[in-house]
Design a protein around this ligand. Sequence first.
Ligand code: A2P
Length: 337
Amino acid sequence: MKQYNVAVVGATGAVGQTMLKVLEERDFPVGKILPLASARSQGQEVFFRGQALKVEEARPEAFAGIDLALFSAGKDTSLSLAPEAVKRGAVVVDNSNAFRMEPDVPLVVPEVNPEALKKHKGIIANPNCSTIQMVVVLKPLHDRARVKRVVVSTYQAVSGTGLEAIAELKTQTAEILEGKPIKPSVYPYQIAFNVLPHIDVFDETGYTLEEWKMVRETKKIMGDDSIAVTATTVRVPVFYGHSEAVNIETEEKLTPAEAREILAQAPGVVVVDDPAKLAYPLPVQVAGRNEVYVGRIREDFSIPKGLNMWIVADNVRKGAAFNAVQIAERLVQDGLL
Ligand code: A2P
């Protein structure tokens, strides 16, 4: 089997480290692996298949001989280095927001729109974490009953912000329990024992960029501009796992039992929905897993054709690293790498 030289850009970060782990778990046909990060991390060690590897500085020349580059080092790094990687012959799967809405950049969730990969011109965008887990569930329901409108509220883990945010939640929790004063730095306010209705930057509409990502990316991935989406995105003091309360209005009537049946067959979805047994998805249970979990599926009695549901996934895995590796696997499978 052909082997591929793979660079992981942001290899010291929360998503980058998980990318290395997922490449290993999935037995991706890796020839050489090249961990890249900022100059600050040069020489630091990361592990792949039991071997310690030295992190190198992400510079344009580093991509010579690389077939696949997985980026998770933020928008600025992607903007400056992804085109350099492509210029040197690599295919880039980019986890940042840099290229997602470019018309000729495929924005892909493999369970939903793998066919979009065929048109790639070197860069493929990995969608926003909250959007990924929502569309994996919406797509099979849309195919059956056409989703007209989505109202979503998210409960997002701090790991989505990165390693510094994970550290901030840990230390702040301990400091508060010890009665010590705290000094927020990653988030504008205390995150321990609090919820922040604010993810990414606000714009003049009063919405945040994270909320607009859910609106725009859902339409692009589902290939249907007519789906109305409105979102409220909220940061909660959870380490791993984004949760979402999702309300949908459909064109065709769908009962909760029908929705459960459709979702039980859907790729990448696990239905956990038995209120009598207190069975519903929880972030602490889905952390470390690759699937999207859905439960609390029930009728919205306020409208004729509506459902409510609760969707949970590991944001670092399905919301980022796992989806990126799935894209890479699909590229290999379809001869697009
Ligand atoms: P570094 O550790 O050298 O700062 P997280 O999302 O967990 O905060 O991780 C962000 C990742 O992006 C880290 O691996 C970080 O590397 C990397 N990174 C940040 N800035 C740059 C940059 N300018 N060039 C390359 N990698 C970067």
